[in-house]
Each structure stands twice: as structure tokens, then as C-alpha cells.
Design a protein around this ligand. Structure first.
Ligand code: AMP
Ligand code: MG
Length: 400
């Protein structure tokens, strides 16, 4: 049996990042992966500028009984004249600070006296000035190759004038569910049947990562149907992800089908939910076979398929940030498998965050994943007492 960390290493060792690059308008790069370092050609902000609506002055001249005549008015987008000694410039947020001025006094601290002002509170030199280059220096690498582009990155690229960015092409991920018992939502259920939920969870998981999702629906539990579906999937996609059919039952045909079409690594992972997970190659496509229990599918996708796909997309940061919180539960018995328990975070009176467990941790109970905020990760052989620190993996870190 492999540990969860070993499995992750095995998978990541097999992830070859895409190399094809396309140029995409900055407003359309959400979720894409940057294909080249971006160097700023400019300094941001380009000039010292005012952080306030107020008056640009020399701090040493601001004595409470001195009226400083207002000699000019500088709005954002304008450049003023050098500030003459003994005067003030009306200035607005974002406007360049005129040469000669060393301070901006906020208007609330000034009193208008005819054509001039008095400053009511002695300012400190440098107050309320945003310095040229305090954000970005010309020549800085503002975004590195392999960065996943979100809202902040899009804004930063635009702030140095980049109208478009080189990104890796989108990854194509095909998925299908296996199981004779599965019925598509919208159809009536007969005895013995269940609705196919993994197809929909996978649709969200795959698309949430910014991959193109190629849907092959549900496939009956026969070897020929499974081979046919795998072949079709592998021809269209970079990565094929399936759910179910990877156990050792007579109705589990995925492993045999992958072995016939390509190569297969089959792993038993010492974790719960989860356990069996398959990796293979069919032609140029990667294959990942997830277990069929809905919570197992969800958890193994988040913990293993997601880092693999991110690495395959060309991203450099593929692992979730985790947090230490306090256990709001007792876990008295050490287990032989690492547990990824569905838990919710609660604020306690002492200000710490405490993880509470969903009442039913069965790998078939998908309600737990909706109720929870993330996974509590309890290692093999560990017990936990209420109040002790535990590792928490927020869903926000593994969805999308
Ligand atoms: P399997 O891995 O195929 O043995 O399936 C394990 C369990 O997960 C069984 O109870 C299946 O009915 C259930 N299951 C498998 N695939 C799905 C699916 N797509 N949607 C909902 N439940 C599933
Ligand atoms: Mg099955």
C-alpha cells in the first residue's frame, strides 16, 4: 500500500506540462497559466503622487498661524508647476506631487483662509505621498512562468500596460462514469438504480480548474463498452478521468481495459476516503481512474487529480495551502489509513478556529462535502484529543 504522499509524488513525476502557447487578451486569461515571465517596462507608480485630496506643501512651512497662498490646482492626470516657497498647491488623489513639495496635508486638516490655507496639525515630511516605484520597478518580474492567473494577476498585468499575455493552451480533460446502476438526472429511477452524481461533480471539478471538459457520460459495466469509451476519450483529450470500476470486483473493467489499450499503474492508497486509484497512459493521453464512491471521487480528485492536472497545465504551484486549527472532536483510535475527514470551521470564544466533524464520514455520503468547509487530515497511527492542533485543508484551496 502506498502512502498518500507517495502517490502524489508518483503522479507528479508523470505529469508533463503542456508546451503549446497562445496569446490571450488580459481580460480573458482568468484561470489560465502564464507561459513566460512578465517583466515590467515601466515604474509603478510612475511619479510621486498624492494619496489624499488636500494640499501639497513643504512640511517645515506648516506653522499654525501661517497662511499659505494656494498657487495652483493639480488634479489626477495633470502635472503641476514647481511649488514656490511659502505656498501650497491644491491637489487630488492620484495627482503627481509638484517638485518642491515634500508632503500632502489632507484637506480635513486645513482651514481655507480666502485665497490661502492654514494647516491645523503639524505634518511629517513625506506624509500622504505614494512614492514612484513603491509598487513596481522597471525591469521587475511581476508574474513568473507557471503562475495561475486570477483577478489580482490580471489587474497587475494591466497596471504595467500588458494588453495580452502568453498562456499555455487549455488542457482537455475527458471523463466518464462507470456503473450499470447509474441513471442520468432527469430520468426516472428504477429499483436498484441510483443517479449518477460523479459525472456532475467531475464536471464542476474539471471546469473549475479551467480545463475543457469533454463529457462521455456513463458507461455500462462491460469490458467492450469500457474499452470503446476509453479509446474515444484518449483520442480527444490530454487526460482521461474515470470514476468507479477500479476495485477488484467482477464488474470492475477499467483496469483491464486500460491494460489492453496502454499501460497501467494500479495503486492502493492508505487513505480514507479513497483507496484504489489507477494511473495509466493510452496513446498520448494520461489516464486517472478514481474510486466510485462519490466522496472518494471528490476527495481523490481534490487531493491527487487536481495537483496532477495543475502540473499538466504548466502551473508551478500545485499543492493547497493548509492551516492548523484546533480539533473540536476526539479521535481516540489510531487508524491504519490516513483520514481526510469532512469538517466545518467554527469560531470559538477564545478566538481560535475549531474543526467540527460531519456526523457521518461514510464515503457514500456526499452531504458531508456540501456541509463541510474542508478536510481535516489525520495521519496514520495518530490520535487526536479535543483542543489539539490538526491540519485543515480548506475546500477553497482544492476546488478550482
Ligand atoms: P465502484 O467503484 O464502481 O465499485 O463503485 C463504488 C460505489 O460508488 C458503488 O456504491 C457505486 O454505486 C457508487 N458509484 C459509482 N459510480 C457512481 C456515480 N457516478 N455516481 C454515484 N455513485 C456512484
Ligand atoms: Mg461500479
Amino acid at each position: 500500500m502506498l502512502s498518500a504522499d507517495q502517490l502524489l509524488n508518483e503522479l507528479l513525476a508523470r505529469a508533463r506540462g503542456v508546451t503549446e502557447v497562445e496569446h490571450v487578451a488580459t481580460e480573458a486569461v482568468l484561470g489560465r497559466v502564464l507561459a513566460a515571465d512578465q517583466v515590467s517596462a515601466i515604474t509603478v507608480p510612475p511619479l510621486d503622487n498624492s494619496a489624499m485630496d488636500g494640499y501639497a506643501v513643504r512640511a517645515a512651512e506648516c506653522l499654525s498661524d501661517v497662511v499659505l497662498p494656494v498657487s495652483q490646482r493639480i488634479a489626477a492626470g495633470q502635472v503641476g508647476q514647481a511649488l514656490q516657497p511659502g505656498s501650497a498647491a491644491r491637489i487630488f488623489t492620484g495627482a503627481p506631487v509638484p517638485s518642491g513639495a515634500d508632503t500632502v496635508v489632507m484637506q480635513e486638516h486645513c482651514t481655507v483662509q480666502g485665497e490661502g490655507i492654514t494647516v491645523n496639525q503639524a505634518p511629517k515630511a513625506g506624509d500622504n505621498i505614494r512614492r514612484a516605484g513603491e509598487d513596481i520597478q522597471r525591469g521587475d518580474v511581476i508574474l513568473a512562468t507557471g503562475t495561475r492567473l486570477g483577478a489580482a494577476e490580471m489587474g497587475l498585468a494591466a497596471s504595467v500596460g500588458l494588453a495580452g499575455l502568453p498562456v499555455f493552451r487549455r488542457l482537455k480533460v475527458a471523463s466518464f462514469s462507470t456503473g450499470d446502476e447509474l441513471v442520468q438526472p432527469g430520468m426516472p429511477l428504477a429499483a436498484g438504480q441510483i443517479y449518477n452524481s460523479n459525472r456532475y461533480a467531475l464536471a464542476g471539478l474539471v471546469q473549475g480548474l479551467g480545463c475543457d471538459w469533454i463529457d462521455l457520460g456513463a458507461v455500462p459495466d462491460t469490458l467492450t463498452d469500457t474499452i470503446d469509451a476509453l479509446q474515444r476519450a484518449a483520442q480527444q483529450a490530454d487526460v482521461v478521468i474515470t470514476s468507479g470500476g477500479v476495485s477488484v470486483g467482477e464488474e470492475d473493467h477499467v483496469k483491464a481495459a486500460v491494460s489492453q489499450l496502454g499501460t497501467l499503474d494500479m495503486w492502493k492508497v492508505a487513505m480514507k476516503p479513497g483507496k484504489p486509484l489507477a494511473y495509466g497512459r493510452i496513446g498520448t493521453a494520461d489516464f486517472i481512474g478514481l474510486p466510485g464512491n462519490p466522496v472518494s471521487t471528490f476527495a481523490t480528485f481534490c487531493l491527487f487529480a487536481r495537483p496532477f492536472l495543475l502540473a499538466r497545465m504548466g502551473a508551478t504551484s500545485v499543492l493547497p495551502t493548509t492551516y492548523q486549527v484546533r480539533a473540536g472532536f476526539d479521535w481516540p483510535k489510531a487508524r491504519e489509513r490516513r483520514e481526510f475527514l469532512r469538517a466545518r470551521l467554527v469560531n470559538t470564544d477564545d478566538g481560535s478556529l475549531q474543526a467540527e466533524l460531519f456526523r457521518n464520514q461514510s464515503s457514500g455520503v456526499l452531504t458531508s462535502a456540501v456541509w463541510a468547509d474542508g478536510f481535516v487530515d489525520i495521519d496514520i497511527g495518530h490520535t487526536v484529543q479535543r483542543g489539539a492542533p490538526v491540519r485543515f485543508i480548506p475546500f477553497a484551496e482544492v476546488l478550482g
